[in-house]
Design a protein around this ligand. Structure first.
Ligand code: CTP
Length: 395
């Protein structure tokens, strides 16, 4: 769920990708975004208004004159209610009509009447996309401040391959949330988030690592993006898709994470270390794969660098503490030893939260001794609770 409820007006136009717009509408609604849908006559040939109405529970506007679900002057009412207009899929025809100021269908007319941010996700055959007309029109939209998402290359409905596929749902949603959040309470702030469990090589194929999924850090990166921050996510290996609209720096070892963080931290307003950094690494990783020649094998370990403990940059510094006993005492000791503003502590013995799970139950402790035990909630909601406190500390 987003921190503050936002409202998006989704314009669907005549492209085979129109069927994907139904999933897009439903995914926005799932994230707590209010969605209204408007369709061109051509779009209704590909997917019916009823599909959207059933998925999002509000009436769809398809005509400037015959339908009155948005009141007597639908284009003005719809435009006034929306925080952003997203046109997905945007056909070549629709893009051309918006650029040239046509206003004879509800999508073009409402877009013209709207003063807020416009996001356009083109979808069409490659030749149409690459045509001089469409390229020029897209350039004009961009120069007027629109955000153009995609298109991507891949299989086209016509059977061929090429540029023209509508961007993935995740990409469109990620960039739209970034646009919606651009004036949020972290606007203009630079936030570094680390995530995932580092891997320390034993030999070329084996490593010492831990069971961190990276989900908590990725949720913080997305939440900070949606509140207007410019986010750098320094990520150890995970199986998660990189968040859209976030600068991702991939690292493997604790030393690489230290170097990437050190380079960026001086310009950052906040450093949020959600990564599970290995405390020890093999002292002498083998250059060749170790063969099973001995009945036992001892691998000497040495300490890795303590990233939070050795870097001083960033106005607000947040650490995480994964504890299996004496949660508050251990977390408080880390907070003062590493000179943190906040520490987010969780009990790793809980079976319904934490490592690998979608949810987390954390206690947030601040440098003045304030202790806030939060209920079990999604990692995204935990992320927003942490960022609420970061915002207060920055202001
Ligand atoms: N951390 C770090 N560098 C390390 C180890 C940890 O920056 N080499 C950061 C983690 O990202 C986390 C915080 O320090 O934000 C606390 O991590 P944790 O592993 O719980 O604490 P440690 O200081 O390593 O203490 P211990 O493992 O003994 O509990």
């Amino acid at each position: 769920m987003m921190g503050t409820s936002k409202s998006i007006l989704l314009g669907v136009t005549g492209s085979i990708a129109a069927y994907k717009a139904a999933e897009l509408a439903r995914d926005f609604a799932r994230r707590g975004v209010t969605v209204r849908v408007m369709m061109t006559p051509a779009a209704t040939k590909f997917v019916t208004p009823l599909t959207f109405e059933a998925l999002i529970g509000s009436s769809v506007v398809t005509d400037l004159f015959d339908d009155k679900p948005a009141g007597p002057i639908p284009h003005v009412t719809l435009a006034a209610e929306a925080d952003a207009i997203l046109i997905a899929p945007a056909s070549a025809d629709c893009i051309a009509r918006i650029v040239h100021g046509f206003a004879d269908d509800v999508v073009c007319c409402t877009t013209m009447a709207f003063k807020g941010p416009l996001i356009v996700a083109p979808a069409m055959h490659e030749n149409m996309y690459m045509s001089a007309a469409t390229q020029d029109n897209i350039d004009v939209l961009r120069s007027r401040g629109a955000t153009i998402v995609g298109p991507e290359s891949g299989d086209l409905a016509s059977g061929g391959r090429g540029a023209g596929r509508m961007s993935s749902i995740d990409t469109i949603i990620g960039l739209t949330l970034k646009v919606l959040g651009q004036y949020g309470d972290l606007a203009g702030r630079k936030v570094i988030v680390t995530a995932g469990g580092t891997q320390e090589p034993i030999d070329p194929v084996r490593c010492v690592t831990n069971r961190s999924s990276g989900r908590m850090g990725y949720a913080i990166a997305e939440a900070a993006r949606d509140r207007g921050a410019s986010v750098m996510l320094i990520s150890a290996p995970t199986s998660l898709a990189p968040p859209v609209g976030v600068e991702v720096v991939n690292v493997t070892t604790a030393q690489e994470m230290f170097e990437a963080t050190e380079t960026a931290v001086d310009k950052a307003d906040a450093l949020i270390m959600a990564a599970a950094v290995a405390d020890y690494r093999p002292a002498a990783p083998a250059a060749q794969k170790i063969k099973k020649e001995q009945s036992t094998l001892a691998v000497p370990l040495e300490r890795t660098v303590d990233i939070l403990g050795s870097l001083t940059g960033a106005r607000v510094r947040v650490g995480f503490a994964a504890e299996s006993s004496d949660l508050e005492r251990h977390a408080q000791a880390k907070l003062s030893a590493k000179g943190l503003d906040l520490i987010v502590a969780n009990d790793i013995t809980a079976t319904d939260a934490g490592f690998g799970s979608e949810a987390n139950r954390v206690t947030i402790i601040d440098r003045n001794g304030g202790i806030d035990a939060l209920p079990l909630q999604s990692k995204r909601d935990v992320a927003d609770c942490v960022l609420d406190r970061v915002v207060r500390l920055l202001s």
